[in-house]
Design a protein around this ligand. Structure first.
Ligand code: IMP
Length: 414
């Protein structure tokens, strides 16, 4: 059976999944995005420079690895062309891509709808039109990649969309879509069949989650969520294959961040939060917005583990915690005077949660770029072990800086 690895954000997104996926795809044959669209921002730092990927799977930066954009995504053709042009400008070889014919398109009208609905101010969305594109999909009025082979249908749909939304040039959008199809039609196909064959023939496949468990449309802090399935359950839903996973890796940042609105029990609004933001360069890769920052939340992480059944943890940005005299981790909440250990399903309840912290000693030594676990200060080792004990999951990888090689590898994953 082929190794199939799932890489899943365990928090509110921005866990530095890009770096982990890029590392784990060194020897992978395929790297698959199964959810989200241009709202994602996966940063990879390598010999060509800094790539902020939005729709191209991070593994596809390795020239041997086929990047698959499966139907659980929504695809913005304009943004994809821009992203590919940026990567080409960095002198990279063109990524090999396969786009699922069933993937729904994000159209200019979707951004207009998002603005009109006020979703960006209400929920703090990334304003990429992702929510309205998913909404049109379930409302059965979306355009899919395979429709681009049928120009009369595309024109009809665009006209109908214009009648409702207005604000865009139908002819211009139509001709851009036709040009896109002209350029990409050979890379559009049945991704489910390709994936199924790859798995059956023993190829290594990495499934790259976008956003994080707490932003899942069902399991996250609804309504302050994205519009897709960000957990491991999103994989069969968004690809049509049901792999036997050799590893389900939860990517956990050593502290907590969130962009956009919604509850965040461990948020630090004062100087501590500011310090984490500056040390961790916590500004959105897609929107540049400052991220809200706070301590690690083990109530949320236990919940993320219950949903995803992680086999391993990749702990990222541990170096950012260097220099804090002490480090806090939330082990439970107090809600309306009651101690609560389960993550509440209701955001209105979660908004009232006050974290109950356990305090661990900090370390002063700068650990940026560290590659060996045993050389970390003992307090940093203790922090990692504490997390392992609470979750009952081994920490296999530890990120110690933005560069690809700033990584401690503690165990093989496949
Ligand atoms: P949308 O996905 O643009 O609709 O935004 C919905 C919520 O998900 C907002 O709070 C966004 O900030 C958040 N979000 C969407 N994509 C990402 C991401 O890649 N990282 C972190 N937050 C995200």
């Amino acid at each position: 059976m082929a190794p199939a690895l799932a890489i899943i954000g365990a928090q509110w997104g921005d866990e530095a999944k890009g770096k982990i996926v890029h590392f784990l795809s060194r020897e992978a044959d395929l790297c698959v995005r199964f959810n989200g669209g241009p709202n994602a921002g996966h940063t990879v730092v390598d010999e060509y420079g800094v790539a902020k990927l939005h729709q191209v799977p991070a593994g596809a930066l390795h020239s041997h690895c086929l990047g698959v954009l499966s139907h659980g995504m929504v695809l913005d053709p304009w943004a994809l062309e821009e992203e590919l042009a940026f990567l080409q400008g960095q002198g990279r070889p063109a990524p090999k891509l396969l786009l699922s014919e069933r993937t729904h398109l994000v159209l200019p009208s979707h951004r207009i709808k998002e603005e009109k609905e006020g979703a960006s101010s209400r929920l703090g969305t990334t304003k990429r039109g992702v929510g309205p594109a998913y909404a049109d999909r379930v409302a059965r009025r979306g355009l899919r990649l395979l429709d681009l082979a049928h120009p009369h249908y595309v024109r009809e749909r665009l006209r109908a969309e214009f009648d409702v939304v207005g604000g865009f040039d139908v002819d211009q959008v139509f001709s851009t879509l036709m040009n896109f199809y002209q350029k990409f039609h050979e890379r559009i196909g049945d991704a489910r069949v390709a994936l199924s064959q790859a798995l059956a023939s023993g190829k290594t496949v990495i499934f790259e989650g976008a956003q994080g468990t707490m932003l899942d449309v069902d399991f996250g802090t609804y309504p302050y969520v994205t519009s897709s399935h960000t957990t491991v359950h999103g994989i069969p839903w968004g690809t049509g294959v049901w792999p036997e996973f050799s590893a389900i890796v939860g990517v956990v940042k050593a502290y907590t961040t969130r962009v956009g609105a919604g509850p965040l029990p461990t948020e630090e609004r004062g100087p501590l939060g500011e310090r984490l933001r500056e040390a961790g360069e916590e500004y959105g890769a897609t929107t540049g917005r400052p991220r809200r920052c706070g301590w690690l939340d083990l109530v949320a992480l236990r919940y993320a583990h219950a949903i995803n059944r992680f086999t391993h943890i990749a702990l990222t940005k541990l170096d950012v915690l260097s220099g804090f005299p002490e480090i806090r981790v939330a082990v439970a909440y107090r809600i309306d005077g009651e101690k609560v250990e389960e993550f509440p399903a209701c955001s209105w309840e979660l908004e009232r949660a006050e974290p109950i912290y356990e305090t661990l000693p900090g370390w002063q030594k700068d650990i940026q770029g560290a590659k060996e676990f045993t050389r970390l200060p003992k307090e940093a080792q203790a922090y990692v072990r504490f997390l392992e004990e609470v979750l009952g999951v081994p920490v296999a990888l530890i990120g110690t800086g933005p560069e690809a090689n700033s990584l401690i590898v503690r165990g093989e994953l496949s």
